[in-house]
Write a protein that binds this ligand. Structure first.
Ligand code: MG
Length: 276
């Protein structure tokens, strides 16, 4: 049986060369990329970035979009500040997303991904329609370039996400499945969620977490832990991904920094290699 691919998510930031060297030195051949500094978005900066990526030999499977002003200090704060949902930020963030799609197309990256934000559970919420229109525009731009647009899981229930995908109504919409986010946000059991979003999975984050105490789920953060030590039940999850026919990479995400992050990434890969 062939081995599944394992990747790493890294943030290109100010020094993409250094970041890509880091991923390569850890032995990865594919990554998901967080945003580079804006000077790499257009013109000579963009050419420079393309050359750096080509020289690295790394495959970038997904370009992630994140936004200035997103506040992850509490679930309530990210509810207010996350993704495309905050009305005051929507225009600006949609414009940024369009620029990122153009950049990713130029770089030959086949998928762009983002948290949408806390999608209203009630699709008759007056704001739901506008959100749908904005995301559809970004999805259509991806489609024009032959790319997919993936929604990161976690901030809403899987059923809400699937409803939203149907309402956006494009065939190039995918889900970047992050089981740990489901646990951290308290938005549902990932083993059940993967069945709900199954046909849309176009990316997976290799991350793990423990639930907040019962009664506090969805109000207080769960706790991110090294892969295999949390409540995501990775072996069962991988069995489900295989049954779904998912053939893309599992992209390791460990949201800490320093030596411990490197250590945990190596251990996560060793764990995943046993099952994937
Ligand atoms: Mg994630």
């Amino acid at each position: 049986m062939s081995k599944g691919r394992i990747g790493l998510i890294v943030y290109l930031g100010d020094d993409p060369q250094k970041i890509l060297d880091h991923a390569k030195n850890l032995g990865f051949d594919n990554i998901q990329a967080g945003l580079p500094h804006e000077r790499f978005f257009e013109g000579v900066g963009r050419e420079e970035l393309k050359a750096i990526i080509e020289r690295s030999g790394l495959e970038i499977t997904t370009q992630f979009i994140g936004f200035e002003g997103e506040d992850y200090s509490t679930i309530q704060r990210i509810h207010e500040t996350g993704g495309f949902v905050p009305k005051k930020q929507r225009e600006k963030r949609t414009a940024l997303a369009r620029r990122v799609v153009d950049l990713a197309a130029y770089l030959g990256i086949p998928q762009v991904a983002a948290h949408i934000g806390f999608i209203p559970q009630d699709r008759h919420d007056p704001d739901y329609a506008d959100l749908t229109v904005r995301i559809r525009e970004i999805g259509q731009l991806c489609k024009k370039h032959g790319m997919t647009l993936a929604f990161e899981t976690g901030q809403e229930k899987a059923t809400t996400l699937v409803q939203f995908i149907h309402d956006v109504g494009l065939e190039n919409i995918r889900v970047n499945f992050d089981p740990a986010n489901m646990i951290l946000y308290g938005s549902g059991d990932p083993l059940e969620a993967v069945d709900v979003v199954g046909q849309y999975v176009g990316g997976v984050h290799g991350k793990d977490a423990r639930w907040a105490e019962p009664g506090k789920r969805g109000k207080e953060w769960g706790t991110e832990v090294p892969l295999g030590e949390g409540d995501a039940h990775w072996p069962e999850l991988i069995a489900k991904l295989k049954a779904l026919g998912y053939t893309g990479p599992i992209t390791i995400e460990r949201e800490i920094s320093g030596d411990q992050q490197v250590e945990d990434i190596k251990r996560a890969r060793a764990f995943l290699e046993k099952y994937w």
